[in-house]
Design a protein around this ligand. Sequence first.
Ligand code: NAI
Length: 673
Amino acid sequence: MSYKNWTIEKDEEDICWLHLDVENSSTNILRADVLNELSDILNDLAQSLPAGIIFVSDKSNGFIAGADINEFTVIKTVDEAREMLSRGHEIMNKIESLPCTTVAMIDGFCLGGGMELALACTYRVMCDNKSTRVGLPEIKLGIHPGYGGTLRSIQKAGPVAAMNAMLTGRMIQGRAAKGMGLVDDLVPKRQLKRAARYFVINRPQQRQLSLKDRIMNHRLVRPFIASQMRKTVAKKASKKHYPAPYKLIDLWQSHMDNPRRMLEKEIDSVASLVTHPTAENLVRVFFLQEKLKSQGNKKDFTPQHIHVIGGGVMGGDIAAWCALRGFSVTVQDQKPEALAGTMKRSMDMFKKKFKKDKRSIREAMDRLVPDTKGIGVLKADLIIEAIFEDKDVKQSLYKDIEPIMKDGAILATNTSSIPLEELATCLESPERLVGIHFFNPVALMPLVEIVRGENTSEETMKKSQAFGRQIDKLPLPVKSTPGFLVNRILMPYLLEAVEMVGEGIAPEMVDKAALKFGMPMGPIELADTVGLDVCKSVATILAGTESLKLPLKMKNMVDNGKLGKKTGEGFYKWVKGRPVKDKSASYGNLQELQDRMVFRFLNETTACKREKVVEGDDLIDAGIIFGTGFAPFRGGPLHYINSEGAAALNARLTQLKERYGDRFNADEAWAGL
Ligand code: NAI
C-alpha cells in the first residue's frame, strides 16, 4: 500500500521506520489527510506487529511543526471542533496503546500537535543542535494542547515544568527538554538513528516523576499550586481577554487524578476555546504575521557589508542587531564616545542573546567594527543613516557620502518624520534612497517600516524589504507621509491620554483604562518610556491639523526638563527603571477614558486606510498590531471596527465629538466602512 505523505520502511531487525514527508507543504504538518493515512497505517501495523516503530521526518527543516492552522479557520461550531479533536485523540491513543515500542526521532522543530504525537510514543530521542527544539505553543493561538498533550506532558515532565511550558508556549532547547523529562535522550545528529534503534531494542526503564512532582500533582496540593499559577498568569493576561491559560489550569486542577477523564475534558476545553473570538483573532494575527513575512523575499538581497552612520540610541542598536543576525557591520559616529557606548551596549545585547555561549558572543563582536573615519561607506551594500533628526544635517552627510558609495548600494534613513522627497533633493540618484524605520528598542520591536519616497525605485524597495527579513524583522511597506503608519496612529491616542492627565485624571487611571482594553502598556507609561521630548517633536511634526494640538501639560514638562524615564521623572517618578504608581488612584470613569483614547486611535486608522498609507486592510492591522502592540486578541483595529459594527462605533464617535470637540471629527472613511 502506498501513501501520499508517509513511507514505510522495514529494516532487517523488524523495525518499522515511518517516514513523514507531507505532500504539497514545505513543512510537516498534521493535516487531516496526514492523520487519516496514519490511522490506516497504525491499523495495519497492529495486525502484523513489528519489533518497534520509529517516527522520522524526511523534511530537512524539522520533525513536525504542529496541526494545520488553516483547518482551525473553517471550524465554526463546538461540535465540529470536538469531532476534529476526537479524531486526533483516537490516533494518539492508538500510538500509545500499541504493544510494540514506539520512538519519535526528533531532528529540527517538533511543535504543538507534532510534540503531542512524540509524547504519545514510548520514547523520544532528540538531536543535539541549535535548530532542534520542542514546544507546545498552542497558547499563542488562544487554545492549549488538544491531542492529549496536556496529560502526557505533565506525566513526563511533572506539573510545574509542563504547565510552565504550556502556559508560556516557549520553544525548548535540547538540554532543557531532557532535564525536564520531555525527551529521553539527546544525541549528536550522526548518532540519532542508532539511539532511536537502541531504545526500540533495549526498552530502557522509563523516567519516573520525582517525589516533589508527585506531591505537586496530588489532589490536595493542586488547588494551592493552581491558584499561584492563576496569579502569575493574571499579571500578563486577563481571564476575559485570554481564557486559554485559565482553562488549562482548571483542567489540570480538576482532572489530573483520572487520566481518561482528563483526556475527555481536554477535548471539551479546547473545543470551547477554538470557537471563542480570542482564538479566532489570534489565529488571524498568526496569518497577519505570515503576511508581513511574505513582504520580503530573503533571496532578493544579500548585503555583504552594512555601514551604519550614527551610533546613538537607534544607530548603535541597529548596528548591534545587524551584527547579531550575522552581518559584517561598520558603525560610524562623529563622537568617539558614542561609539564606545555602542560597543558596550552591543556586548550587553549579545550576552543577553547568547548567554554563556562565549564563542557566539565573540564572533558577533568581531563582526561589528567601530569606524570613526567612515571607511565602511566604500564597501557597504547598504548604508543606514541614523543621525540627528535634522534635514540639513542629514543632507550634508548625504552629499559627502553619495560620491563614494558603491554602485547599486542602498542609502536608508531611519528618520521618523522627515519626508523622503525632501531629503532626496540633494542626491544625484534619489532612487536609491529609502526609509528603513526601526522602532525603539530595536531588539524587542518586531516591525520595520520600509518607507517608499516618490523617487524610491522598485528595486530599492524590494531589496530593503528583503533586508527586513534577513535581519528577522517584519517589513511593512509604507508611503512617505508624516509619521508613516505607526507613529501617526499612536500620537493622537497618546496626546488624548496626556490631555486627560492635564484635566486632573491620575496617570494611573489613564493607563489602567488602556490596559483594560488590552494594550500592552498604558500610554502615559509609554510616553515616559519613549521620552517626552521625543513625543513632543513627533507630535509637532504631525501637528498639521487642529486635532493634534500639543497639550500644554506636555509642553510644560519638557520645558522643565521632566522628560520621563531617562531623567528619572516624567508623568511618573522612575526608580530603578520602574515607574512609581499610586495604587489608590480611582477618580475617573474608566469606560469614558478608554473610549476617548481608543476612538482617536481607530479614527486615525481609518484615515490611513483612506489615504492608502499602507496597501490593504490586513497589512494596516498587521502593522498596527506588531508596531504598537494593539490588543492582539481583537485582531487589529480595522477588524475590531468590523466585528463591533462601524455604525455603532461611529455613533459613539459623534457623542465624543459633542462632548470634547472637533478632534473627534469622524474621518470621511467611516462612511465607507
Ligand atoms: P541620537 O541623538 O541618540 O543619536 C544620533 C547620533 O548621530 C549621535 O551619536 C551623533 O553624534 C551622531 N551624528 C550626528 N550627526 C552625525 C554625522 N554627520 N556623522 C556621524 N554621526 C553623526 O538620536 P537617535 O534617537 O538615535 O535618532 C537617530 C535617528 O533615528 C533620527 O532620525 C530619529 O528620528 C530616528 N528614530 C529615533 C527613534 C527613537 O526612539 N529615538 C525611533 C525611530 C527613529
